[in-house]
Each structure stands twice: as C-alpha cells, then as structure tokens.
Design a binder for this molecule. Structure first.
Ligand SMILES: NC(=O)c1ccc[n+]([C@@H]2O[C@H](COP(=O)([O-])OP(=O)(O)OC[C@H]3O[C@@H](n4cnc5c(N)ncnc54)[C@H](OP(=O)(O)O)[C@@H]3O)[C@@H](O)[C@H]2O)c1
Length: 329
C-alpha cells in the first residue's frame, strides 16, 4: 500500500511531538487514513543537533528539497515566527502539498492569504494547533458555524499567564517569582514577552476572529494589556473568595462591528472561565442555537499540539469533512 509521505518543518517541541506521535500511533493513523504514514524529510535550522534521527529521513536546511520531492503529500509546519514559515508554506501550497501548521503568529497575520492560496491550488490547510493547543477549537467552531451564529468568544488562551496568576493568587508569590517558576517548569520562554504581555493570546484571538466572523478587527484598535504590572497585593486587594482576576481574550460582534480585547479582568464564580487554573486554556462560545459552550484543556505542549495537528491530518485523509479549507471559504 502506497504510504502517505509527509515532511516536517521544525523539530523543536512541537515538531518532535509530531515526529514521536507518528511513530507511536502508526497503527491508529493507518486505520483512519487507510495508508501507512512515512516521514520523508525534516527541515531544521541546525542540522548538527539531529544526528540521532532515522537515516532514511532526509534532514535538510533547504526548503527546495521538500518542494522538489513530488512524493511528499503533506507538510507539517512548526517553526517560530512569521518568516521564513510564511514563504515556505506559500511555496508548499503552490507545489500542490497540503499544509498543517501550529504557527499562530504567522497564521494570525497571513492565514487569510494562505487559505485563499490553498483554495486556488486545490490543496488543504489545517491550523487547529495554532489556537489553544490540544483543545479542538477550530474544528469545533467550523462544525458549529454550519448552523449556528456565534456572537461572542472569550478565552484564557495563554497557559503561561494563567499559571503565573494562579501561582500569585494561591501561593502569594510575586509576579517575578511566579514567572521564574514558569520558566523552570518549561511553561515560559527565556523571553516571556509574548506570553505575559498578551501578544500570544492576541494572535490566537485574531485566528478565531477570522474563522468566526470572516474578518479581524484593526489590530491598532485592540486593547491589549498584559499581566506584568499586576502585583500579589493587587490580586489580594481586588478579589474576594467569589472573584478572581483572569487574563481574558474577548472578541464579539456588536451592531455589526467587531470588538476585541486582551486584558486582566475580574470574573465571579458564575463566569465559565472562573475555575480555569494553572497552564490550562479554555474557550467560551456564545451561539444562537446551542446556547453557550465552554471547552477546557491543555493549551500547549508537545503531545497536545501534535494531537491537534494529527487530527487535522486525519480529517484531511478520512474525508469525514470534505476538506478543511473548503469549509472556511
Ligand atoms: N510549544 C508549544 O507548546 C506550542 C503550542 C502551539 C503552537 N506552537 C507554535 O509552534 C511553533 C513551534 O514551536 P516550538 O515550541 O516547537 O518551537 P521550538 O522548540 O523553538 O522549535 C522550532 C523549530 O523550528 C526550527 N527553525 C527555526 N527557524 C528555522 C528556520 N529559519 N529554518 C528552518 N527551521 C527553523 C528550529 O530548528 P533547530 O532545531 O535546528 O534550531 C526548531 O527545530 C511556533 O510557531 C509556536 O508558536 C507551539
């Protein structure tokens, strides 16, 4: 049986998760897709780091190696930042390959363009892993939108900032100590700016906005306030047992206009995001038909993110949904 040949762009936390999961879940993937899944090539930046990999896999720093291999059907992208990821994915689509990305910053900026390009070249595009890690939020919203109208989405979309606020509240630690702990545990990067200043949550919110409302608000109009100015005393003073400060991303349509914000806000026990603690993420959705829905789960990490990417992969091959990007058109 002819294998499905795939390539990985990036072999860091997420790429390694995809690599491992393809090995450990080969039988399961084969059952769903009907074919063995073979990793043909991996593109990275520092090839010297990767001497331990299976010798049959081509390790490259040159995207042409992947573009010019007609056997490669699907490209999983898990590089950090907008470039070169965006340029690489455009070239992959033009070469007729399906793409599955985890890259939120790149997709928040250029997702629309990639969706249009994929449609033009009749390839598919999966991006569930860009938003809320292991929570299947993109496929859930696609499913809901077939019948429902969505008015509002609120989420805790960054596990690092949620972890820091939880530690500060429960352990009465300072912001600096909670951040240090998050870094020691591998939840926060050496440069934590994207997480603690709300940029990471903003990228995810913009991806949800594009999917749900077909557009993004002007980024310059979005209120974005991080958590770095919150002190343990602020948390203690501003909350009672029935109130907590959470870092929440909101997008809603009011009288036809989109309003978005990423900011610390105080929520009470009845709020669906009140109980979300530690590194977990959650997304709350208000719709016209089903009412309200909240999904909670791990928002990052190698295996939850790999799971989201491989779910997109299975959707693509099992054709349970005709194609991922056709739903988005
Ligand atoms: N970490 C998570 O839990 C998580 C969750 C959801 C989404 N994401 C997104 O997934 C993406 C990857 O995150 P990560 O945590 O896996 O990052 P990471 O651990 O830093 O790994 C990045 C990988 O990309 C490769 N790379 C970087 N620049 C490259 C270039 N110019 N050409 C070729 N390869 C390049 C690196 O190669 P070398 O190894 O050779 O340096 C490395 O293998 C990011 O966009 C992130 O926002 C991450």
């Amino acid at each position: 049986m002819k294998p499905i040949h795939v390539a990985l762009l990036g072999l860091g936390t997420v790429g390694e998760g995809v690599y491992q999961t393809i090995q450990t879940h080969q039988d399961r993937l084969q059952q769903v897709t009907g074919r063995p899944v073979h990793i043909s090539a991996i593109l990275i930046e520092h090839p010297d780091k990767y001497t331990h990999l299976d010798k049959e896999i081509t390790i490259t720093t040159d995207i042409q190696t992947i573009l010019q291999n007609p056997d490669i059907d699907v490209v999983f992208e898990a590089i950090v930042g907008i470039e070169p990821a965006f340029s690489y994915l455009k070239q992959c689509i033009i070469a007729g390959k399906s793409i599955i990305t985890a890259n939120k910053e790149m997709f928040a900026r250029h997702g629309f363009e990639l969706k249009q390009l994929a449609q033009k070249h009749d390839t598919t595009l999966g991006y569930d892993a860009t938003t809320a890690g292991g929570i299947p939020i993109i496929q859930t919203i696609q499913q809901l939108l077939q019948v429902n109208q969505i008015h509002k989405i609120q989420g805790i979309l960054n596990g690092t900032s949620n972890y820091i606020l939880t530690e500060m509240r429960e352990q009465h630690t300072s912001f600096e100590i909670a951040l240090e702990q998050a870094q020691t545990l591998g939840y926060a990067e050496a440069d934590p700016t994207n997480d603690i200043e709300g940029y990471d949550a903003l990228y995810k919110l913009m991806i949800l906005s594009e999917l749900t409302f077909g557009e993004q608000p002007d980024w310059a109009d979005i209120k974005r306030i991080g958590i770095s100015d919150i002190s343990a005393a602020d948390l203690a003073n501003s909350q009672t047992a029935e109130e907590k400060i959470k870092h929440i991303a909101t997008i809603q349509q009011i009288e036809g206009k989109l309003h978005a914000a990423v900011e610390p806000i105080s929520v009470t026990t009845t709020h669906p995001l009140y109980a979300i603690e530690g590194v977990d993420n959650a997304v709350y959705i208000e719709t016209d038909l089903i009412g309200n829905l909240t999904l909670t789960g791990p928002g990052a990490g190698a295996l939850p993110t790999a799971s989201a990417m491989l779910e997109d992969f299975c959707t693509l091959f099992s054709k349970k949904i005709s194609t991922i990007n056709k739903v988005l058109a």
